[in-house]
Design a protein around this ligand. Structure first.
Ligand code: F3S
Length: 387
């Protein structure tokens, strides 16, 4: 592959993987069974990124393993309703078409494990998108480093990745015990837990104790938040996660005060909400069911996005949840999210149930943020006030 006998696209891809392997001291390549490519939004890729992709596609690049895409910069069908410009939409459609030419599935979701790309325990995979990487390593037990968009694409086109980091069992072992001494209930509590743990441990690998029967939605939230505020691509939870690990002696505690401090730091003072966004990572059908229940017979007065995969929205339509949501004035933002859509300058105060959305809302879009339960977010969309 490296000498060019498999073509230009494969050669360029292998050059990226070899360079990464050399930087990180990998001794060999390993076959991957699944890829998730981030860096899909025209907002991030720009014309240079689009040209890079087009050159690969022209050179006959084809994915070798199941490959799905992270969210794009817009809802691929309903972009006008979300206030996206014609020019942006045209460029975004070109990017998606180019990925499709390479055999890549335009799932456009950060929860590929809910959209038909679900590896098995022990599988080597190459995923970008930090929340999905952390979910795959921790909850599924697959093995992936935090790839960037180009290296994940290179793995798709070669079916390989360099064997280092999370691909080695000894790198996945817990380094600190985290005793949770507080009740966790709302999805946002798990975001706050990820924030508090990430700040205390940075990129050390935790094993949590005293977390009982978390739901998929709670684990998805924890995966996103701990990766955002700490940097670890894996965590363990006693009696919940599937990976074997030794138990470290170093111990920290997360108590009620730590959680309250996390909430304080994630909440800005402004309570005049003008944008509500749920689904970071993308909403499951169960989350959408709950949102519909809360929105029944109500009318929203603020822009309200429910970010999810298109196929999840279709199921919500079948179940009648989508009608309730649309009748309230709230909108589905399929294929995209509040962080990758071009939203800068459109809103001032974001309300959400996601700690990760606070990070990107502040950093990328200069929003002030409010974080809380689904009920608080829905109330804010209806009244425009946070309480
Ligand atoms: Fe997904 Fe966007 Fe959040 S990609 S994890 S919804 S920042």
């Amino acid at each position: 592959m490296l000498n060019g006998s498999a073509g230009y696209a494969v050669q360029k891809s292998m050059e990226i993987l070899v360079a990464l392997g050399e930087i990180f001291g990998a001794k060999e390549m390993v076959q991957v069974s699944s890829v998730q490519v981030a860096g899909v939004s025209y907002h991030n890729l720009g014309d240079a990124g689009l040209e890079y992709l087009e050159n690969l596609a022209k050179a006959g690049a084809k994915s070798k393993v199941i490959t799905t895409l992270n969210p794009a910069g817009m809802d691929l069908e309903n972009w006008r309703d979300l206030g996206i410009s014609e020019n942006f939409a045209m460029k975004q459609q070109e990017i998606i078409a180019t990925f499709q030419k390479m055999g890549i599935i335009p799932s456009c979701t950060c929860t590929p494990y809910l959209a038909g790309n679900e590896p098995k325990k022990g599988d080597h995979i190459a995923w970008s998108e930090s929340s999905a990487v952390t979910y795959a390593n921790s909850i599924i037990g697959a093995k992936t480093n935090r790839e960037g968009g180009p290296s994940a694409l290179a793995s798709s086109l070669t079916g390989r990745t360099s064997h280092y980091g999370m691909h080695s069992d000894h790198e996945r072992t817990a380094q600190t015990k985290v005793i949770v001494r507080t009740k966790l209930d709302a999805i946002s509590d798990y975001g706050a837990l990820g924030y508090a743990t990430g700040k205390k441990l940075e990129n050390k690998i935790p094993i949590f104790f005293n977390i009982e029967h978390p739901t998929l939605e709670q684990l998805k939230s924890l995966s996103a938040s701990i990766a955002t505020y700490g940097g670890t691509p894996i965590f363990h939870i006693e009696n919940v996660t599937p990976n074997q690990t030794s138990i470290p002696s170093e111990t920290i505690t997360i108590d009620h005060n730590d959680l309250m401090t996390a909430y304080e730091q994630l909440n800005d003072e402004n309570t005049n909400v003008d944008f509500v966004a749920l689904g970071c990572p993308h909403c499951t059908l169960e989350e959408i069911r709950k949102i519909a229940e809360l929105l029944k017979d109500k009318r929203v007065t603020r822009e309200f996005w429910i970010c999810t995969a298109r196929q999840t929205m279709k199921l919500a339509e079948q179940q009648g949840y989508a009608d309730v949501i649309r009748e309230s004035g709230a909108k589905f933002a399929c294929d995209t999210c509040m962080a990758v859509a071009p939203l800068k300058g459109r809103f001032k105060v974001l309300a959400t149930d996601s700690a990760k959305a606070c990070y990107y809302g502040r950093g990328t879009n200069n929003f002030q943020t409010r974080i809380g339960t689904l009920t608080q977010c829905v109330n804010a969309a209806v009244t425009g006030k946070w309480n």
